[in-house]
Design a protein around this ligand. Structure first.
Ligand SMILES: O=C(O)C(=O)C[C@H](O)C(=O)CO
Ligand SMILES: [Zn+2]
Length: 280
């Protein structure tokens, strides 16, 4: 049993309006997501979404259940999405080995018992970013290579939001119960993600920011569209977005982030877009 976890409760938007900076940050930010040789889960009560990351260097790391799941193995009633943002790594699943190169992904369905993460070489470790959600049925495991991903170009350089969105674990690419994951890369000179912003009260979302250059940061916006708040995020930090909240960010440079979602439907395009000049 892995005892390394933290619980984050869900919140009422009326209460969040009164949070000061310190409390807002402690409720929504996940610091140092990718840990060396250990998995520390953040278990959110928003759709029971779980977030972690691991870079195996000195040893292989086994996926273990945590006490709040009340199960003897992690994937007993869960599905798991893995995106490797480091060098080549291996995920062994009940005896089958999946090699994941940089920016390749793996979907694991409910019911897999033994999951072990390792790096091909400890000098150039893999960095596995992990999202997990409850699952009601078992779908097949599937590796998603660079060629399997659905690629969408969004924004323009003139509005500083030119970016490439890559859909890894979405309906149409992989069969899932509810987990969706993808990666968005800002082009050089562009800084705004998810602008125009949107909400989807049907689904929560988590953004994990990485490839933020040294001494740069991302100012992430959350809150109801007419009650926004900002959170400064550093490299290797994630932020939980409640279903009622926008989730958008502007960097002091370009950067990359992984988005993960769970909730009511599997329609990536189901979003309520906010008019830019109506945000407050
Ligand atoms: O840059 C974007 O736009 C995104 O990456 C949007 C996310 O995919 C999202 O919020 C999906 O609901
Ligand atoms: Zn969204």
């Amino acid at each position: 049993m892995n005892k390394n976890y933290e619980i984050r409760y869900a919140s009422n938007p009326e209460a969040v309006k009164k949070y000061d900076t310190t409390f807002l940050r402690s409720e929504f930010i996940v610091k140092s997501v990718i840990k060396v040789d250990e998995i520390k889960w953040v278990y959110s009560h928003y759709d029971r979404f779980m977030v972690a990351g691991v870079a195996p260097i000195k040893k292989s790391i086994e996926l273990e259940s945590i006490e709040p799941l009340k199960t003897d193995y992690f994937l007993n009633r869960r599905e798991l999405g893995i995106i490797n943002i480091g060098e080549t790594g291996i995920v062994s699943v009940d005896g089958t080995e999946y090699t994941l190169h940089n920016k390749e992904a793996l979907y694991l369905g409910k019911g897999n018992k033994s999951v072990v993460f390792s790096s091909k070489s400890p000098k150039t470790p893999a960095q596995f970013y992990l999202n997990s959600t409850p699952a009601h049925r078992a779908f097949p495991n599937k590796k998603i290579g660079i060629k399997d991903v659905e690629v969408v170009e969004l924004g323009t350089p003139e509005t500083a939001n030119a970016r490439t969105l890559r859909k890894y674990i979405v309906n149409g690419v992989v069969e899932v119960c509810q987990l969706q994951m993808g990666m968005t890369t800002l082009k050089s000179g562009s800084v705004w993600n998810t602008m125009p912003a949107h909400v989807h009260d049907r689904r929560m979302e988590v953004y994990f920011y990485f490839e933020i250059p040294k001494d740069q940061a991302v100012c992430h916006f959350m809150g109801e569209p007419i009650q926004t708040r900002h959170l400064w995020l550093q490299n290797n930090e994630a932020v939980i977005s409640p279903p009622w909240s926008i989730h958008s960010g502007s960097g002091t440079s370009n950067y990359t982030f992984i988005w993960g979602m769970a909730g009511e439907n599997l329609d990536y395009g189901d979003m309520d877009v906010c008019k830019i000049n109506e945000l407050k």
